[in-house]
Design a protein around this ligand. Structure first.
Ligand code: SF4
Length: 436
């Protein structure tokens, strides 16, 4: 136990005895959100009151430490909460998640006002998560595995999260059935690498099999979305399953990170330039209407101008629907930390900007092609400012990360409802639809 900092169990005992209200600030990705939901569900089960942060006595911040930017956001949030504690607006600050796990010693020493630290949550193979949702009622995230099957040289996740663990198909199906009965319309399947699902448990890539089982049990769920596919583990069976199953969104989020052979190799991505091209072409030909989202890292140690130019040409050639560009972040305890030839920050930023400009043009052209088409849209919210304005998404946009469809409608629409619209205008990322 770290001196001066209470453990999770101390925290629980203390909370039970005082009965204070607990609020949660969740940072980072959807995987963190699922952990936050688990934490809150457990607190609720133990008799604590989960409330909005503004009304809480105790605030838990579920942190992220994936890259420098995420760490900064986490620290800033902790500092803001400590300020609130000093002003007497809240009583306790609890830090959970990746940053807490990775830097517990430093946090203990430097931020004495933190009351307790809870590390990253562990996933049990057979666990069916307790029911507590931080997402709107109509969509949910289902985490099928924890940690990562890969060892990318720039990434701290495998070290931080430990051994890769897949949940059993039975536990996932149970959770999906429950969500389906609750009227959830969209299920987003998540994990660090969902395509490695089952390799530890069933000794084979089992995502396609899991998806087919899921499609057999759902009644209300209309969309199943796959987030975070690792290119080297995308099988033909998986591509065909996505192509054939109507309720699986024709949307693939597949971080490629780079295209140059030497960088794919130094990143330890287990795939070559040629294999990546074959894979992308296969996806394009079997799911021609599909939306392909990817991410790239620029400024990895050793990335030359030629490598970057090759990446730019690749992006121009493939015309991905969505591209995220990240600056390489030098993370302690990762192999890439001690690689030679680190790229200057200014060069990294220039490359990121240049690549985003290229993608911007592609995105505009792609978006324009939606004009005049009919789309099914899931209504996510009603805008507060404009009475008749609704925000929704097509199957080609994931919640919280992609674009939205604006719909002006005098008819009252319900959040969680699926409507048919004609796309009448298009912006760089968003669309405008007219109710049909
Ligand atoms: S696939 Fe690579 S980058 Fe993604 S979490 Fe796993 S190790 Fe990290």
């Amino acid at each position: 136990m770290i001196k001066g900092i209470k453990t999770t169990s101390d925290f629980k005992k203390e909370r039970l005895s005082t009965g204070q209200k607990v609020g949660m600030i969740n940072l980072g990705c959807a995987r963190n959100l699922v952990d936050a939901q688990g934490l809150l569900a457990n607190l609720k089960k133990k008799g604590h009151r989960v409330v909005d942060v503004q009304e809480s006595d105790v605030v838990i911040v579920n942190t992220c430490s994936f890259i420098e930017e995420a760490k900064k956001e986490s620290i800033d949030t902790i500092l803001d909460l400590i300020e609130l504690k000093k002003k007497g607006k809240i009583k306790k600050v609890i830090v959970a998640g990746c940053l807490a796990q990775r830097y517990s010693k430093e946090l203990t020493e430097e931020l004495k006002d933190i009351d307790a630290i809870i590390g990253a949550q562990k996933l049990e193979r057979d666990a069916i998560p307790n029911d507590y949702s931080l997402t709107p009622k109509h969509f949910a995230y289902v985490k099928i595995s924890e940690s990562c099957y890969n060892q990318c040289s720039f990434c701290i996740i495998p070290k931080l999260k430990g051994k890769f663990i897949s949940r059993t198909m039975e536990s996932i199906i149970e959770e999906v059935k429950r969500l389906d009965e609750q009227g959830v319309k969209e299920i987003n399947i998540i994990g660090q690498d969902i395509t490695a699902y089952g390799m530890d448990l069933y000794r084979e890539y089992s995502l396609a099999k899991l998806l087919r089982k899921i499609t057999k049990v759902i009644k209300n769920v209309q969309w199943i979305r796959l987030l975070y596919a690792f290119p080297a583990h995308v099988t033909d069976e998986l591509i065909d399953t996505i192509a054939q199953e109507e309720r699986i969104c024709k949307y693939i989020d597949m971080p490629l990170q780079h295209i140059s052979d030497n960088l794919l190799s130094s990143m330890n991505r287990n795939i070559t330039t040629k294999q990546t091209r074959v894979l992308v072409n296969k996806i394009r030909s079997r799911i021609p209407q599909g939306s392909l989202r990817t991410t790239f890292i620029v400024g990895m140690p050793g990335e030359t101008k030629e490598n970057f130019d090759e990446l730019t040409r690749f992006v121009q050639e493939v015309e991905f629907e969505k591209v995220g560009v990240f600056l390489y972040s030098k993370e302690e305890e990762t192999p890439a930390y001690s690689f030679p030839k680190h790229v200057a920050d200014s060069v990294k930023r220039e490359r990121m900007h240049a690549l985003m400009q290229v993608q911007k043009k592609i995105s505009k052209t792609k978006q324009k092609k939606f004009i005049g088409t009919q789309q099914r849209v899931l209504i996510d919210e009603k805008s507060n400012q404009e009475k008749a304005l609704y925000l929704g998404r097509t199957e080609f946009d994931a919640p919280e990360v992609d674009g939205i469809v604006y719909i002006q409608s005098e008819n009252e629409l319900k959040v969680g409802e699926m409507v048919n619209v004609e796309i009448v205008d298009a912006y760089e990322y968003d669309l405008v639809g007219r109710l049909l």
